[in-house]
Design a protein around this ligand. Structure first.
Ligand code: ZN
Length: 238
């Protein structure tokens, strides 16, 4: 069976951080959703029996909360002491029993490292009916997840439909960006002409041109007016 992604809405995720993620190990709760594809609800178990190394859910409280919800149970979560990031043998035995009461093919069974004791971390495990445990991917989605998932699906389809040939033929984008560059260049050139460009090479070029232009004007004046020519000769002699 394909490993399901542990996809959870922002508010359900935040609720888990605010409670289990901020309290000492061991604490726990359950994850609910309308389907296993998205976890939309988290219920913290305030009455769970906890020691520093064990967590036993308060089943009457959780069952009551489950009855009140429109969602189904898809996960059980609890926090572990610092550095213990895997499900224990006891966890697996205990979780296996849940399959006797629910018809799920799997449960998400993440382990949390609480921010009370170290950096917050959620390690997303999945336990299957046959007892197999796999680590999966965690994906936090917006509460209004439908447009977001639709967008992801469209993006996925676009990428998978694009083969190499299509990418090679897809020239318009490249041309478009080229024309943008040209526009930029002419803008830069305009700025140079108006002397407002701070770009160093252009500024140097601009100043060089001005010197050449003024120089030739000066030489032309000298050549065309002999009186002025004489004046400069006298000035140089003095
Ligand atoms: Zn445990």
């Amino acid at each position: 069976m394909k490993t399901p992604i542990f996809r959870i809405t922002t508010s359900a995720y935040n609720e888990a951080i605010k409670t289990i993620g901020s309290k000492p190990a061991e604490n726990g709760g359950i994850f609910l959703g309308s389907s296993p594809d998205i976890i939309t609800e988290f219920i913290f178990d305030p009455y769970g029996e906890t020691t520093q190394v064990t967590y036993s859910p308060h089943t009457p409280y959780l069952n009551e909360a489950l009855k009140k919800s429109i969602n189904k149970l898809y996960g059980i979560v609890h926090s572990h002491p610092v550095g213990i990031e895997k499900l224990s043998g006891g966890d697996k035995t205990y979780l296996a029993e849940w399959f006797n009461y629910f018809d799920n093919d799997f449960f998400f069974a993440p382990i949390i490292q609480s921010a009370r004791e170290t950096d917050f971390k959620i390690i997303p495990y999945v336990i299957f009916r046959d007892g197999t445990v796999r680590e999966t991917t965690l994906e936090v989605v917006p509460d209004d997840y439908e447009p977001y998932l639709k967008f992801l699906e469209e993006l996925d389809n676009t990428v998978s439909r694009q083969d190499v040939t299509e990418i090679e033929v897809n020239q318009p984008e490249i041309l478009e960006s080229k024309s943008v560059t040209h526009e930029m260049e002419s803008l830069q050139l305009l700025s140079v002409l108006f002397g407002v460009m701070d770009n160093f090479p252009f500024k140097t070029l601009y100043h060089g041109l001005m010197i050449v232009l003024l120089g030739s004007l000066f030489l032309m004046l000298l050549a065309f007016s002999p009186g002025l020519h004489y004046l400069f000769v006298q000035l140089l002699k003095s």
